[in-house]
Design a protein around this ligand. Structure first.
Ligand code: ZN
Length: 232
């Protein structure tokens, strides 16, 4: 059945798309573009719809927050003050116009700064991809050696790649470990979980009982961490 966009309303600083359709009840959904769509049976239901929205708002916030943390899901606008998570912390994007020969990007505990030359077009998604990669490489530099010593394993090479269906990978015979750059928005303890998982594979390549015994030994709360990592 064809729906009609009746209006846009503002609720809790979010735009809500209100559709009127021949439906029995009020429906609320968040589509893949993160648009909040409220379907109501009749224009007269608007007051009722606001109450319905209020009652569901906790769920809406939870879904949107989860998606903000999941860079695969969201289509970003790459504008000033847009939130990007790095190591579990929400940072605001700041595009800094500057006459510089190269594009630089860096971050502090509040902002991600991207320096751009005015009047040039940039593919900001690629810049953020590189930033994510750098963040994970930096995490490996700071944390991997201690874990290698703890597990008594050697690694010939670390690699950071944008994987679509895995958080990490262990090339057992080559003693190589790869981590997903999309771990960058996650809190450090979750990146550490993936790192340890892959390092333990150097002791036990499969996912049999020996692997899980080793995980229990070195990271007893790994099951909680795994759940938290895959929550969003
Ligand atoms: Zn594994």
């Amino acid at each position: 059945m064809k729906s009609v966009l009746h209006s846009l309303i503002n609720f809790q600083d979010q735009t809500i798309f209100v559709h009127i359709k021949h439906v029995k009840n009020i429906h609320l959904k968040i589509n893949e573009k993160n648009e909040i769509i409220l379907t109501i049976p009749h224009p007269k239901c608007m007051d009722q719809a606001q109450l319905f929205l209020q009652s569901k708002w906790q769920w809406v916030s939870k879904v949107l927050d989860g998606r903000t943390r999941n860079p695969q899901f969201i289509s970003k606008k790459y504008c000033d003050n847009e939130i990007f998570y790095l190591l579990g912390k929400p940072l605001k994007l700041k595009i800094v116009p500057i006459q510089a020969p190269i594009t630089r990007f860096f971050y502090d505990d509040q902002y991600i700064y991207i320096e751009v030359r005015p009047n040039l077009k940039y593919d900001f998604s690629k810049i953020i991809d590189t930033l994510y990669k750098n963040v994970v490489i930096d995490f490996i530099h700071k944390n991997a050696l201690a874990w290698q010593q703890k597990l008594n394993v050697t690694v010939s090479q670390y690699d950071v790649k944008k994987f679509t269906a895995r958080w990490g990978c262990c090339y057992y015979w080559k003693h190589k470990i790869a981590l997903n750059s999309l771990l960058a928005p996650k809190p450090p303890h979750l990146i550490e979980y993936v790192l340890v998982h892959e390092l333990v594979h150097l002791l036990e390549p499969g996912h049999g009982p020996r692997f899980y015994n080793l995980m229990n030994l070195y990271l007893p709360n790994w099951q909680e961490l795994k759940k938290e990592l895959n929550k969003n």
